[in-house]
Design a protein around this ligand. Structure first.
Ligand code: ADP
Ligand code: MG
Length: 391
């Protein structure tokens, strides 16, 4: 079986170095990062399974488990998600072409120039953040597209070992060897991780299990009565689901009843997503039906000029086993999209008259999208959008 030692690329090393000698003030966010990766991985498995039905064993519950072991001083985060092949581990874990980390490094450059290293504390840097609390990480994973599993081991220094292993179950385990100091050892403490999961990952949509008990909320955030939700709930939900480390500028919660029925929770980021103005950027909202995740980035749900808006839509009226091609043609989706567009515009109009300062902030960040919306399609949307203009 294959076995190799590889060195990290230079920018990965720089990031790791920061993590290992953590100048970070919010170490605890490592747990949120690993849990959102686990949740993303389950989403991917479910999405693939729409077309590749054999990869999903329907008798098995899709879940994330927390397995602390004070004797070996390890904390394991295990998921039943898509896993990774050997090459995918090298690609995804060995390099930092990935969103969170890349954005972090870009801002780090800025911060260094301005001599403002405080901003580092505001970031979630994905997988590598686990090196703030662990002096060794073992990742074991298996993809449904490979008959071998993979083990990746690193102490976060210059290199990592990677080898093929026998592994039966599809999914990933991240085994953290927690650093030997009182502060970090706290993360093995049940009270501590329970509290952190409540704080950061309560609305993760798959069960987060500890000894078979579910630690996170069983109700999805969009089925929770609005009066039970605080700003922090929206903010944490946003940060763990939409690859951002900052609180959003705004959130909208729509509960639409009647001939058209859907729930939507939408967010306007505080700053443009780091890749918004690149060709790789894909707009879209997450799509759920009957609380079950269907797909990420469903672009039919949101017009191009609102491409910076993140969020999700849940509707009961779609079939669960729906292919992408059929989705695009579904009238239901078009109706939701039209209705959503109207709702969003009306929320922005309300904001403009009720909280002008916030609206100005929004306008400074995303005003050009509104202008773009007015000009595109030969001015088709002009009427709709003109009330949002500021000069
Ligand atoms: P991001 O989540 O922003 O892409 P991360 O550093 O958190 O960045 O993760 C890097 C990549 O590693 C992910 O995009 C994913 O491809 C892969 N990965 C991380 N954790 C898992 C996991 N539990 N299961 C499958 N793939 C994972
Ligand atoms: Mg991540």
């Amino acid at each position: 079986m294959k076995k190799e030692t590889k060195v990290f690329q230079a920018e990965t090393k720089e990031l790791l170095n920061l993590m290992v000698h953590s100048i970070y003030t919010h170490k605890e966010i490592f747990l949120r990062e690993l849990i959102s990766n686990a949740s993303d991985a389950i989403d991917k498995l479910k999405f693939k399974a729409l077309t590749d039905t054999h990869i999903l064993d329907s008798s098995k519950e899709l879940s994330i488990s927390i397995l602390p072991d004070t004797n070996s001083r390890t904390l394991t985060i295990k998921d039943t998600g898509i896993g990774m092949t050997f090459d995918e581990v090298v690609e995804n874990i060995g390099t930092i072409a990935k969103s969170g980390s890349k954005a972090f490094l870009n801002s780090l450059e800025e911060a260094k120039k301005n001599g403002d290293l405080n901003i580092i504390g505001q970031f979630g840097v994905g997988f590598y953040s686990a090196f703030m609390v662990a002096d060794k990480i073992i990742l074991e994973t298996k993809s449904p597209y490979s008959d071998k599993g993979v083990r990746w081991i690193s102490a976060g220094e210059g290199s990592y070992d990677i080898e093929e292993i026998d592994k039966a179950e599809i999914g990933t385990s991240i085994i953290l060897h927690i650093k030997d100091n009182d502060e970090d050892k706290e993360f093995l403490n049940e009270h501590k991780f329970r509290a952190l999961i409540k704080k950061y990952s309560d609305y993760v949509k798959y069960p987060i299990l500890f000894k078979e008990e579910r630690l996170n909320s069983t109700k999805p955030i969009w089925k929770t009565p609005k009066n039970e939700l605080k700003d922090e709930d929206y903010n944490e939900f946003y940060k763990s689901n939409f690859h951002d480390w900052q609180d959003p500028l705004l959130h909208f919660n729509f509960n639409i009843q009647g001939s058209l029925e859907y729930n939507a929770i939408l967010f306007v980021p505080a700053t443009p997503p780091y890749d918004l103005y690149t060709r790789e950027y894909k707009r879209g909202l997450q799509l759920y039906t009957k609380n079950v995740f269907i797909m990420d980035k469903c672009e039919e749900l949101i017009p191009q000029y609102f491409n910076f808006i993140k969020g999700l839509v849940d509707t009961d009226d779609l079939s669960l086993n729906i292919s992408r091609e059929i989705l695009q043609k579904t009238q239901q989706l078009k109706n939701i999209s039209k209705n959503l567009e109207k709702k969003i515009i009306s929320e922005f109009e309300k904001l403009m008259s009720n909280d002008r300062d916030k609206y100005i902030k929004f306008w400074e960040t995303f005003g050009k999208h509104i202008k773009f919306g007015i000009h595109e399609n030969f001015g088709l949307n002009k009427e709709k959008l003109q009330n949002l203009l500021m000069f």
